[in-house]
Design a protein around this ligand. Sequence first.
Ligand code: SF4
Length: 341
Amino acid sequence: MNSHAIAAILNDPSREQLEALAQHAKDLTRQYFGRAIGLYTPLYISNYCSSHCTYCGFHSHHKIKRVKLTLEEIDTELAAIAATGIQNVLLLTGESPQATPVRYIQDAVVIAKKYFQGIALEVFPMSVDDYRALYAAGADGVTIYQETYDRARYKDVHLGGQKQDYDFRYDAPRRIAAAGMRHISIGILLGLGPLAEDLASLYAHLRDMEQAFPGVEYSLSFPRLRAIKGAPFTPNLIDDITLVKIMALTRTLFPRVGINLSTRESAALRNRMLEICVTRVSAGSKTTVGGYAGTATEGAPQFDINDARSTPEMIEYLKTHGFDPVFTDWRRIDNTQSTSS
Ligand code: SF4
């Protein structure tokens, strides 16, 4: 779908069009996903960042307290998350290969493997070999957002560091798939670039990936930018109805693709979107470094949380509203052991 057709849908003020779109999305979601909802919890293990993205509170020029968890602290934090019943964890860092080299992330993954079936990463883009090393350590998924596909806008808001390299980032999903990861999540930051054009480019990026690597499981995310304290950046605010349309439209174009929604959004909106098209949600999230077991909770959060429900509360909500909370739908088979008798 091109950007003109997308803009026509997003700009159509009619209530009937919105309801028809939402109903179509809902039918497809039930057809392909039933009422299964995947659950995961994010853990920020570091907020060191050597990139300068004007819209992010972790950027290299922002005077915030920088924290990096020790391996012991990572273990303690992961144990606390696992105690809630969660089986999928997302490990995040800022983009600093110096402060958080691949080896450190690899060590964190090895610790996570003690507690979780699914280990996804949201870290700096890297080479195939580095992704392969993380896969071998136990990671099975990577999240990487292009943020905006508009090259001029991308240049305007990425003022320093590795993130300035548009093409290296754009090609990261291919390298991730080539390294053997089974799950890749891509997305755009809503409110950063030209909306309809960014959506058209995101859809084209996903179609390319589906063609090149059909065996990978893909999901999409649509985080909305918010103003950050102490930064002059002013996002274009995307209202709730536009967000609903974006996610519903995405479902009609990609019936089998997972759609994630984080605790950046309110409980009311997340509840509503679960009924329409969302298939994966974070639960009990903290966006400071650590924070689940009392280690290194200082430092500003990357973004404010709007759905503060704990993991048990989220599970309870899902169960009482006819959803099936899914803790794990995959288990890694260790094929490094000899199978000969
Ligand atoms: S968006 Fe990522 S790379 Fe950019 S400043 Fe924030 S943490 Fe660093």
